[in-house]
Design a protein around this ligand. Sequence first.
Ligand code: UFG
Length: 350
Amino acid sequence: MYRQLPSNTFFKPLIQITTMSNLRLLVVGGAGYIGSHMVKQLALAGCNVTTLDSLVNGHRDAVLHGDFVHADLADKDSLTQLFKHQQFDAVLHFASFIQVGESVQKPALYYENNVTNTLNLLNAMNNAGVRRFIFSSTAATFGEPQYTPIDEQHPQSPINPYGRSKLMIEQILNDYDNAYGLKSVCLRYFNAAGADPDGQLGERHNPETHLIPLVLQAASGRKPFISVFGRDYDTPDGTCIRDYIHISDLCEAHWLSLQSLLKGANSQQYNLGNGHGFSVQEVIDSARRVTGRHIEVVDAPRREGDPARLVADSKSARLNLGWSPRFSDLDVMVKHAWNWEQNQHGANMP
Ligand code: UFG
């Protein structure tokens, strides 16, 4: 299912693990949107997957494969016990609070959950000698863009506690590599979008704040309209531009990152997007095309903290990991998300 790494990459020869199929992996936050898709892909690739999730935001029924541990990262004893009784080749960490606005209102919650709890995880791993880590970081670590597309050299200057909490972990990971040899890959997602192409999994945030699922709720009749937050930006149609990246392509980037760490690569950071932005209006137009439904639009004021344009330069991931997004067509992302919306709420459809 997955491509093999090209033979001409810079990675050192395989040192410890000769097959990917029997990998023992801990997926933290595996009951969430991105984590649940990852658990499925890893299990289908033959890995032994254990999901750890507090279920504060995740859904138990989204974990389709492997073992499940119901625990909170605040609970250090549970972490110690888990790492004592199970061996892991690597940890993938998806669990975090992700709402920018809420992070401004409740920074304590964000630093506690995204920083302190991640430290608990890193320390438990380190004590158990597990030294490969894949971290869900974000475009929000860059703050207001100084130029686009945004590459890895762009200064990181987050403008809200959410972005700062993720950047703090990136910095901690740098220190843990230097001091303890913990190797990590930080993947800075731009706008995760779409759903499992098989229709089994999708986005289920509560409350939902993301554009694509909200537009589709307006298409299905679950919401009366979609608000457009600002039409006076310095963009061709005046609405904000984002780089939407399909959830399956994000999962593939994690898989390739894992392979790179297993082959002895150094710690890395990658920006993940398609390198092409779509405006809010273009997303609404796509949803109208894909669903064939009327979508009521209401113009609203700008949402605080929204940069006009966020587009990734992902050349580095393409070059070093051999990553190549397969679902870069916006209509395909919207189609998969629409399938999910229909699977979940078909009964409510007009
Ligand atoms: N938008 C609307 N109406 C809505 C919802 C969103 O117009 O009802 C607009 C937003 O203003 C923004 C665009 O649609 O311009 C995309 O908004 P999302 O909320 O879907 O995504 P964001 O770009 O705000 O957020 C994403 C991630 C965050 C991350 C952030 C980094 O989802 O986790 O990028 O900047 F922090």
